[in-house]
Write a protein that binds this ligand. Structure first.
Ligand code: GAL
Length: 488
């Protein structure tokens, strides 16, 4: 038997799951047509072939229970039923995810699954569901300690397992009850904060525990309306806990929803990728802008998320003594982590209220490999590759979006595949293989160098991040992480 430290051994989410979910952009406005249309677009826009394979239906799909306690589907929104939806998605080479809550009600006050775990797991398995997002509302008092939450979530995990169908299990308990201590034993991913909202730094009282010690007495609920910066700061102390099979979920992406600038969305996307969060598109892709598409379809960024080494980046530097915005928020951060091929990821995030020159020293970048500059990587010189340098142009994206919108499907499919040309296609070449082959589409372009024992100094505009892949110039760089413990 292969030895593994994971209690949950369903072999799913060996790299963070990727897909689309309706909640951030559409809330309760769900229907079977929405799922079918979105599936079609994921394919036509080339997003499925970049790895976005799960179509996830969030809250608001059910209609009470029948006399046998079976959950009923809202047949006005889903007239053909869920099995039909799953079949459509499977036929299109996609996977289907559904949502429920470990409570009597869901957060939008539909039927919850607490005390109906077995019946509901059986329903999902019989419909062909591949993924469950399991929320935390109306838990009937069964939270407040790690054990209480663990037991409540484990009951559903066991029920899913008992169905015999392999269903990815995604906890949505908002980081409550120290979920990062017990998550890997029962789940493939777990939310670590209240709901994201479409803001880069704006603090909001509804997202509690923002600036204060989480043990403070008023910090009672994870809340909602959490900014990108708040979520990063929440996960920073335990970012390294994610591993193949179980990942921190920083919440669904806001890219394309309109509340942030292009640079802010780029930073949001790259940091989610670097921290090995599931990459779940939260925009309504029927109305996607070219710039949002060119963020979501950047294979060099996705490759850091899907890297077989499977180690989340960690924060190696934070400075809050920088110019603040009108909310009193402003800080800079540096994140780094190992990538396959002995490469190293480096992200310089400027969340201050001013353009700044930032400096990243090799000594800090490799601090986790040896203190005080003693890591062997310090002696090497490094090529600095910008992972945004090969971003698709806006005009290509605009053309793709325009043709994908056209009614004549077979003609437009042909045109689209012409337009996508040799854009990266992970269905044909997995990220693991692509990285092994050093596919240039995954490595960005060289923009600079770092000398041995040196540093990178770079101007980072306000509210943006520089995202680099460092590639050693040494002929035989010391190989620190050959593969993950679990073969993918
Ligand atoms: C929240 C959850 C959101 C969404 C919503 C649905 O608790 O964090 O992601 O699922 O419920 O009501």
């Amino acid at each position: 038997m292969a030895s593994t430290c994971l209690g949950l051994d369903n072999r799913l989410a060996r790299t963070p799951q990727m897909g689309w979910n309706n909640w951030n952009s559409l809330g309760c406005d769900v229907s079977q047509q929405l799922l079918v249309d979105t599936a079609d677009l994921l394919i036509r826009l080339g997003l499925r072939d970049l790895g976005y394979e799960y179509v996830l239906l969030d809250d608001c799909w059910s209609d009470g229970r029948d006399e046998n306690g079976r959950i009923k589907v809202d047949t006005r929104r889903f007239p053909q039923g869920m099995k039909w939806v799953a079949e459509q998605l499977h036929n299109a080479g996609l996977l289907y995810g559904m949502y429920s809550s470990a409570g009597h009600l869901t957060c939008a006050r539909y039927e919850g699954s607490l005390d109906y775990e077995k019946a509901d797991a059986e329903s999902w398995a019989s419909w062909g569901v591949d993924y469950l997002k399991y929320d935390n509302c109306y838990s009937a008092g069964r939270h407040g300690s790690p054990e209480a939450s663990f037991n409540r979530y484990k009951t559903m995990g066991d029920a899913l397992k008992a169905t015999g169908r392999n269903i990815l299990y995604s906890l949505c308990n908002w980081g409550e009850d120290y979920v990062h201590y017990w998550d890997t034993s029962i789940a493939n991913s777990w939310r670590i904060s209240g709901d994201i909202y479409d803001s880069f730094t704006r603090p909001d009282a509804l997202c509690s525990c923002t600036e204060v010690d989480p043990a403070s007495p008023w910090c009672v609920a994870p809340g909602s309306r959490c900014s990108v910066l708040t979520i990063l700061n929440r996960v920073a102390p335990y970012a390294d806990r994610g591993q193949p099979g179980g990942w921190h979920d920083l919440d669904m992406l806001e890219v394309g929803n309109g509340g942030m600038t292009d640079e802010e969305y780029k930073a949001h996307f790259a940091l989610w990728a670097a921290l090995k969060s599931p990459l779940i598109i939260g925009a309504d892709i029927r109305h996607l802008s070219p710039s949002a598409l060119t963020i979501l379809n950047n294979p060099a960024i996705i490759a850091i998320n899907q890297d077989p080494v499977g180690r989340p980046a960690t924060r190696i530097w934070q400075d809050v003594n920088v110019p603040k915005d009108r909310f009193g928020v402003g800080e800079i951060q540096i994140w780094s982590g190992p990538l396959s091929g002995d490469d190293q990821l480096l992200i310089l995030l400027n969340a201050a209220d001013k353009d700044l020159t930032m400096v990243a020293e090799l000594e800090d970048i490799f601090a986790h490999d040896g203190p005080g500059g003693s890591a062997p990587q310090n002696a090497e010189a490094w090529d600095v590759h910008d992972l945004w340098s090969s971003r698709m142009t806006d005009s290509s994206a605009a053309q793709i979006l325009q043709i994908a919108d056209q009614a004549n499907e077979s003609q437009s499919a042909e045109k689209l595949s012409g337009l996508l040309g040799d854009w990266y296609n992970a269905t044909i070449l997995s990220y693991k293989e692509g990285l092994k082959n050093r596919d240039p589409r995954l490595l960005g372009q060289k923009v600079s160098e770092i000398k041995s024992y040196g540093a990178l100094k770079v101007k980072v505009p306000r509210h943006s991040a520089k995202v680099y892949r460092l590639i050693s110039q040494a002929e035989n760089p010391s190989r620190r992480y050959k593969t993950t413990k679990d073969e993918l």
